[in-house]
Design a protein around this ligand. Structure first.
Ligand code: G1P
Ligand code: ZN
Length: 544
């Protein structure tokens, strides 16, 4: 194998965000841009000679070209085997599983998750470690550091690899294994859930369902599992063909973007269950006939009912949620006597807790939930969890949610996003918020008295590493919270996220609309951050 070192000079904007490096495709297409980043990943690793690396992506525009480049750089750097999803495709949770199952050294996942795709849209790349999870901050910091000093990259000179034929190819000492992207994942799901029960519930029409793959990676996974294996009728999976530009849509599973599904579920004759997943298959949205389950509630309900699922039948070790996720799961943990952890935003912070056996389930308000079966959040896993729950409890989604609120109270919750805000304005908003923090505690706003106002810092209980500046929190004596964060995944300007939460114990008030119930807090958030005033906008870009 002929290996060449190509000289290159650093780009200074290769700092990974909440989930890897995300930029416009045109940025990645700059000369040596992708090559530099990939070489910087390998420069941050040691002792990988001869070992295996998993490669796959969500199939968005530039996926195939990028995989061919990565194959050649990985070969030149000395990996012994590359395990690649057919067509260069792997959902993020499937990639995590394949890394674990094959005891690979790590993996490179190509995805910009829920961001739009296409020649003028977004691309992304991240490195996952041998536990199958996103590399920790320590690694991404070193990687960024390396990217600012890179002087060249190594690349092997062989023809493009056939990504479409399943099986092994050998190029000198390098083994290239092309695998079916779905097989291993489907087998894993069958080992967690009661597939026989699900088959019966679907065959008897106790469960009717619709799954919106949003023209993204879960199309083939959902079609195989829901239709082929579990026997749901053809057409259960809608928008099931993955497209490089997701059909021009925004592959984010929420009621704003999964419109077709939402209209179906909120209309007459809705099926009993509806769900959607995102670009790379790690997010989920759960709906029942005429009901939407917030991701925070979904996590709490999963934790409360985990024993209904075969894999968790003997109980769970503990739970974790990202800081802005509602405290609904904390109430479940308290009642069940389980440890409950509050981590910064981003799945990488759950990795140590899962590896150490301190938690079994975890989730984020951003439509992500998962368990110790992989080290990523997992969209279809959440869908199957809910299906298994409905089948086992023989209850509708709405009844499961209502029962849960009756037992634990409802944490009324929503998130307001202001997207593509001018960076300077966004930074000024954060500075302005910071200035107010020291004097907020003790102040009262109507019946809301501030208990604490600070910036969230996290000390990892397993390795002691500290992550600072993880969002601004204003907590009230009555348990309500307002949280402000700047997104770490956007590619245009800044996105300000405002998270609003209020606890309601009174069951007669559980059916309120979240925006109405949170109106006072929404006004207070504006008073604190002045986003409307400073940007001249009338309201948020998206409410979830
Ligand atoms: C967003 C979500 C976060 C999630 C991440 C990756 O990050 O808020 O919970 O882990 O996408 O899917 P953010 O843009 O807020 O940094
Ligand atoms: Zn995603």
């Amino acid at each position: 194998m002929k290996i060449t070192t190509i000289p290159s000079s650093p780009y200074l904007d290769q700092k990974p965000g909440t989930s890897g490096l995300r930029k416009k495709v045109t940025v990645f297409q700059q000369r040596n841009y992708l090559e530099n980043f990939v070489q910087s990943i390998f420069n941050s690793l040691s002792d990988f000679q001869g070992s295996s690396l998993v490669l796959g992506g969500d199939g968005r525009y530039f996926n195939r070209e990028a995989i061919q480049i990565i194959i050649k750089i990985a070969a030149a750097n000395g990996f012994g085997e590359l395990i690649i999803g057919q067509g260069g495709l792997l959902s993020t949770p499937a990639a995590s599983h394949i890394i674990r199952k094959n005891k690979a050294f790590g993996g490179i996942i190509l995805s910009a998750s829920h961001n739009p795709g296409g020649p003028d849209e977004d691309f992304g790349i991240k490195y996952n470690i041998s536990n199958g999870g996103p590399a920790p901050e320590k690694f991404t910091d070193a990687l960024y550091e390396n990217s600012t000093r890179i002087a060249g990259y190594k690349i092997a000179g062989f023809a493009d690899v056939d990504l479409d034929s399943i099986g092994q190819q050998k190029i000198d000492g390098l083994i290239i294994t092309i695998i079916d992207p779905v097989d291993d994942y489907a087998e894993l799901m069958a080992s967690i859930f009661d597939f026989d029960l699900l088959k019966r519930s679907i065959a008897s029409n106790h469960i009717t369902l619709c799954f919106d793959a949003m023209h993204a990676i879960t199309g083939p996974y959902a079609t195989r599992i829901l239709e082929d294996i579990l026997g749901a009728p053809k057409g259960t999976v809608i928008n099931g063909i993955p497209l490089e530009d997701f059909g021009g849509g925004h592959p984010d599973p929420n009621m704003a973007h999964a419109k077709e599904l939402t209209n179906l579920m909120l209309g007459n004759n809705a099926p009993t269950f509806g769900a959607a997943s995102d670009g790379d298959g790690d997010r989920n949205m759960i709906m029942g006939a005429n009901v939407f389950v917030t991701p925070s509630d979904s996590l709490a309900i999963m934790a409360a009912n985990a024993r209904c699922i075969p894999a968790y039948a003997s109980g769970i070790a503990g739970v974790a949620r990202s800081m802005p996720t509602s405290q609904a799961v904390d109430r479940v943990a308290k009642k069940l006597g389980l440890p409950c952890f509050e981590t910064p935003t981003g799945w990488k912070y759950f990795g140590n807790l899962l590896d150490d056996g301190q938690i079994t389930l975890c989730g984020e308000e951003s439509f992500g939930s998962g368990s110790n079966h992989v080290r990523e959040k997992d969209g279809l896993w959440a869908v199957l969890f809910w299906l298994n729950l409905i089948a086992k409890k023989r209850q509708s989604v709405e009844d499961i949610v209502t029962d849960h609120w009756q037992t634990y109270g409802r944490d009324i919750y929503c998130r307001h996003d202001y997207e593509a805000v001018d960076m300077d304005i966004a930074n000024a908003i954060v500075d302005h918020l910071r200035e107010q923090l020291p004097k907020l505690a003790g102040q009262s706003f109507a019946e809301y008295t501030v208990k604490y106002a600070d910036e969230f810092s996290y000390t990892d209980p397993v390795d002691g590493s500290v992550s600072n500046n993880q969002g601004i929190r204003i907590g009230f004596e009555n348990g309500s919270r307002i949280i402000f964060r700047l997104s770490g995944t956007g590619t245009v300007g800044a996105t300000l996220r405002i998270y609003l939460e209020k606890f309601e114990a009174d069951a007669s008030k559980h059916n309120q609309d979240a925006q109405d119930a949170l109106a006072f807090l929404i006004g207070l958030a504006e008073q604190f951050c002045e986003v409307k005033k400073r940007t001249g906008r009338a309201g948020p870009t998206v409410i979830t």
